[in-house]
Design a protein around this ligand. Structure first.
Ligand code: ADP
Ligand code: MG
Length: 268
């Protein structure tokens, strides 16, 4: 069984890309087969994974426009990353408009992923900072959404419209979509605002908030310029330890859900 995670929040700079790259690497470190799909024209997940944005022959743009299959666009990342990647770059900016003219415009990503989905245990989609057609495609293709939330002022602003969008996509496009969890990022325990935001999140969303907290850690900010996830750039850093813990929490949550589900086996 493959799980597709969309990492989404229409706010920029909340840790979507950092979480996408480092969760991909951390899940791969537990010997899972992982594909990271960059669907943000900024292409930060692509460069963070150590791949030159303009190098791959095909990117997610070609896949969305039907000019390449998903398998053709898969790039093997440098060994230190440990996962496969579908790249994005600035050319994707035009896709928003181009997609509107195509058939089944909301399902382009889901349909393209179908061809390779079974090769992976986890597929992680790094969404752009808006609720545009690229994000709609991501949510229509996903099983689960991870919402990174920067524990700072205004963090909760916009969360309602994100939740409404997720709800709408569930009812109209993708009934299996659910919220995997809200992830507290860039947490600074010395900052009382971090604690306030964290408490508010827990009182609103209860156990939808991941127990793992991602601290503010300079190693996480430095790693992309070395084209490596933090677990290879500085495996002992607090950033590395926290993303490995997140991967562990996600694996445990899945096991709990799987063991609570009714047996698929027919009675003997
Ligand atoms: P988004 O993809 O949501 O726009 P990014 O993951 O690119 O956000 O993060 C925004 C900036 O903050 C980047 O410069 C990144 O390196 C930095 N950053 C992200 N998470 C952390 C963290 N936990 N500690 C320190 N810096 C971080
Ligand atoms: Mg980003």
């Amino acid at each position: 069984m493959t799980t597709v995670f969309a990492i989404a929040n229409q706010k920029g700079g909340v840790g979507k890309t950092t979480s996408s790259v480092n969760l991909a690497a951390s899940l791969a470190a537990t010997r899972k087969k992982v594909l990271l799909v960059d669907i943000d024209p900024q292409g930060n997940a692509t460069s963070g994974a150590g791949v030159d944005k303009y190098e791959p022959e095909y990117t997610i743009l070609d896949v969305l426009l039907g000019e390449a299959g998903m398998a053709d666009a898969v790039v093997i990342t440098p060994e230190q990353s440990g996962f496969d990647l579908v790249a994005a770059n600035g050319d994707l900016t035009a896709a928003e408009v181009q997609l509107l003219e195509l058939d089944s415009k909301e399902y382009r990503l889901r349909d393209a992923l179908a061809a390779i989905r079974e090769r992976y245990d986890y597929i992680i989609i790094d969404c752009p900072p808006s609720l545009n057609m690229l994000t709609v495609n991501s949510l229509a293709a996903a099983d689960s959404v991870i919402v990174p939330i920067q524990c700072e002022y205004y963090a909760l602003e916009g969360l309602t419209s994100l939740m409404n969008t997720i709800e709408k996509i569930r009812s109209v496009l993708n009934p299996k979509l659910h919220i995997g969890g809200l992830l507290r990022t860039m947490y600074d325990p010395r900052n009382s605002l971090s604690n306030d935001v964290s408490n508010q999140l827990i009182s609103h969303f209860g156990d939808k908030v991941y127990r793992t907290i991602i601290p503010r850690n300079v190693r996480l900010a430095e790693a992309p310029s070395h084209g490596a996830p933090v677990i290879t750039y500085d495996p002992k850093s607090r950033g590395a330890v926290s993303y490995l813990a997140l991967a562990g929490e996600i694996l445990r949550r899945e096991q709990t859900v799987a063991s609570a589900a009714p047996s698929q086996q027919p009675p003997e």
